[in-house]
Write a protein that binds this ligand. Structure first.
Ligand SMILES: *Cc1c(COP(=O)(O)O)cnc(C)c1O
Length: 375
């Protein structure tokens, strides 16, 4: 059996080697490393895939979030509500811009921002909400959009872990993650569902005016070369990365289906194991399994992780420390027990190997190992 990896980028590359190599070689021979033709072509192809008017590529997902907040004109002191159970990037850019991060607990089942907690956190200074579509399924966008509309708040979606996931509204409308709020922000970090061969990111919006502003911010705040109308940043997607992404976008649905079928295998073998909770599916979203994350009860999480490690099976804790307990964010002034759901989750979650190349043999080995330890 092939060695089990948390994320197996090599085997995936080997399957698409001819296409990827020729895409990269094409960029090198053109020497159009910045703003080469693959960048706008990739943007158009992703627009079509998502059903959104504008995709603006940038250097990474963290920049995408920062640029979104700059483009919306958020000002120091403005409050931005987000989940306390996410990757640090989400809250980092809020703080960097001098905005005030307001953290709320997630829902203990879906791991996504609790709509009830979110609504309670709104104050007269709240300007925006950043729902994160964690681990591959959408936050509950219908009530979030409704609450945002009622309070006049911007919704910036963090789609870094859910590119390709779909949300169904009660009227039957289906929308792709990142196309429901005013701006969607994603990452093409290599291990994401749509990943490139380095850093990359993008913003999505249906608002053409905002798209023009975002595009200028990504390129030093200029529309005409050397005329700077707004303060910007240098955040562009390399042409080589765009060329890789054009190849991989064609397979994104198949990649997500491969993850779903690995998840189905895990579900089938693990849902009856006592003390282990398989991921709960949100009612209105597809789940594209950026991560397959168990909740292990009874303080047994670390023991399970060690057992797996001894059998050559990697696993990861996303995330071991809640944002409000991170040293860098002590100034936010939260107390340890302000977020009981996050605190519980950080002690219980364990993510199993999840990628597009997991074989039946590997999956059976992983689930067999867990069953033998827990039954
Ligand atoms: C990966 C990630 C980001 C940041 O993306 P980078 O491209 O690594 O900057 C932001 N938010 C979430 C939820 C992520 O998982």
């Amino acid at each position: 059996m092939q060695k089990i990896e948390m994320v197996d980028l090599r085997s995936q590359y080997e399957r698409f080697k001819a296409d990827i190599d020729s895409a990269i070689a094409g960029v090198i021979s053109s020497t159009a490393f910045i703003k080469g033709p693959d960048v706008p072509l990739f943007e158009e192809e992703l627009q079509r895939y998502l059903g959104v008017r504008n995709v603006i590529a940038c250097a990474n997902g963290t920049d995408a979030l920062q640029i979104a907040m700059m483009a919306l004109g958020l000002k120091p002191g403005d409050e931005v509500i987000t989940t306390n159970f996410t990757f640090i990037a989400t809250v980092e850019v809020i703080d960097l811009l001098g905005l005030k991060p307001v953290l709320v607990d997630p829902d203990p089942d879906t791991f996504n921002i609790s709509v009830r907690a979110l609504e309670k956190a709104i104050t007269p200074r709240t300007r925006a909400i950043v729902p994160v579509h964690l681990f591959g399924q959408c936050a509950d966008m219908e009530p979030i959009m409704e609450i945002a509309g009622r309070h006049g708040l911007h919704v910036i979606e963090d789609v870094a872990q859910a590119t390709g996931a779909e949300y169904r509204f009660s009227d039957g409308t289906v929308k792709k993650a990142g196309t429901m709020g005013i701006i969607g922000c994603t990452s093409f970090f290599p291990s994401k569902n749509l990943g490139c061969y380095g850093d990359g990111g993008a913003l999505f919006t249906d608002n053409n005016e905002l798209a023009t502003l975002i595009r200028s911010i990504t390129n030093h705040g200029m529309k005409i070369r050397y005329y700077h109308d707004t303060i910007g940043v240098n955040s562009r997607l390399d042409t080589i990365q765009a060329a890789v992404l054009r190849v991989k976008l064609r397979h994104l649905d198949a990649f997500n289906e491969a993850r779903q079928s690995a998840a189905a295998h895990y579900d089938r073998e693990l849902s009856d194991v006592r003390g282990i909770n398989v991921p709960v599916r949100a009612a209105n979203s597809t789940h594209i399994f950026h991560q397959y994350t168990l909740r292990v009860e009874g303080g047994e999480r670390n023991r399970l992780r060690e057992c797996l490690e001894n059998e050559g099976i990697p696993s990861m804790i996303y995330y071991p420390v809640a944002l409000h307990m991170q040293k860098a964010y002590a100034h936010l002034g939260y107390l340890a027990d302000d977020f009981p759901v996050t605190s519980r989750l950080t002690g219980e979650v364990l993510s199993l190997p999840m990628h597009t190349e997991l074989s039946e043999e590997q999956l059976a080995y992983i689930t067999g190992c867990i069953r033998s330890k827990f039954n």
